[in-house]
Write a protein that binds this ligand. Structure first.
Ligand SMILES: Nc1ncnc2c1ncn2[C@@H]1O[C@H](COP(=O)(O)OP(=O)(O)OP(=O)(O)O)[C@@H](O)[C@H]1O
Length: 307
């Protein structure tokens, strides 16, 4: 599904302090309709506070938040938004289906939405088992189903994979990807960078309450690079220094020669040709794609060098 230009969630210069301490500092952020937006950052970076402000659970100290173009007022869930910030108070001895039916009644949502939500989170075959027999992953998926009851256009999930075993994490990642493909706009916070990379179309990196990187996953990761390994060291360095200084991002040595990361994948044939003409042996050439972990670690090293 494409990502439309009109924003589903917008934050304008949002700051939040608790007792004079900044949790969030001057964040401008847009989540576009149809996107799956992953918020990543270390513990205490401000992710949950950002999500809580989107849901009207916390009021910004300054700045403003809009959902679906309408200002979010404090202490009221915005129309068209469903959230799993804290696990809803499910009743252990009731089944998954009974729990959702109860919530649907309380929220004034029609009973048909229970079956639809159970289907969306792939729990129909376990819907008549008691909640207390569910694995943590199933409990989390039932929490997502509860958030989906009102058929929200925007779904906010705070660390939905936290504490899950690897298969539970995989299921949650797959579910988030599926919801995105079904055109639900999802905003999700997570520590699991590889999973964010798998299911998110957009990423925001939060450090010390600031949004230090924000954009489509492709923009955040940057263009593909080429890595080559060649020897002897001295000759490789001379050729590259003379002919290609602009494209070489990084050089290093190891026992198998000099390795070079160049800025642009398309420069590979040209690099190999000039090295070959200079009598250099090229042992390895391939793409060197950055992943979210690399980008995240680079940003943390640059912006928080002491951590
Ligand atoms: N209700 C509150 N009262 C006081 N301080 C708070 C409150 N909520 C959050 N904070 C503080 O704000 C900062 C940001 O917290 P937040 O929970 O938003 O971070 P986070 O990125 O979600 O972290 P984690 O990954 O550990 O959940 C932290 O220093 C936290 O202690």
């Amino acid at each position: 599904m494409g990502v439309a230009d009109d924003p589903a969630v917008t934050l304008y210069g949002v700051t939040k302090t608790f007792g004079g301490r900044h949790a969030v500092r001057g964040v401008d952020l847009q989540v576009h309709r149809g996107s799956v937006y992953g918020l990543v950052g270390p513990n205490g970076a401000g992710k949950t506070t950002l999500l809580r402000m989107m849901c009207g659970l916390v009021e910004p100290t300054s700045g403003r938040v809009e959902v679906g173009g309408r200002p979010v007022s404090a202490r009221r869930t915005p129309a068209g938004l469903g959230a799993l910030i804290e696990t809803p108070g499910f009743v252990p001895h009731l089944t998954g289906r009974e729990n959702l039916r109860h919530l649907a009644r309380v929220r004034g949502v029609d009973a048909g939405s229970v079956e639809r939500s159970l289907g969306q989170v792939v729990l129909l075959d376990r819907a008549d088992d008691r909640y207390r027999t569910y694995s943590l992953g199933m409990k989390q998926r039932l929490g997502v189903a509860a958030a989906l009851l009102s058929e929200p256009a925007v779904l906010v999930l705070d660390e939905p994979s936290n504490g899950l075993v690897p298969t539970g994490v995989e299921e949650m990642t797959a579910l988030i990807g599926q919801l995105g493909r079904a055109n639900v706009t999802v905003v999700v916070s997570s520590h699991a960078l590889a999973d964010v990379e798998e299911c998110c179309t957009h990423v925001g990196i939060v450090l010390g309450g600031r949004l230090v990187a924000d954009g489509s996953l492709a923009d955040i990761l940057g263009p593909a690079r080429v890595r080559l390994r060649a020897s002897p060291h001295g000759r490789v360095a001379r050729v590259l220094g003379r002919t290609h200084p602009a494209v070489v991002l990084k050089q290093g040595r190891d026992e198998r020669g000099l390795f070079v990361d160049a800025a642009d994948e398309s420069s590979a044939p040209w690099l190999v040709q000039s090295l070959g003409e200079a009598g250099v042996d090229v042992w390895e050439v391939g793409p060197a794609r950055r992943n979210l972990r690399t980008v995240y670690d680079e940003l943390r090293r640059t912006l928080c060098p002491t951590r």
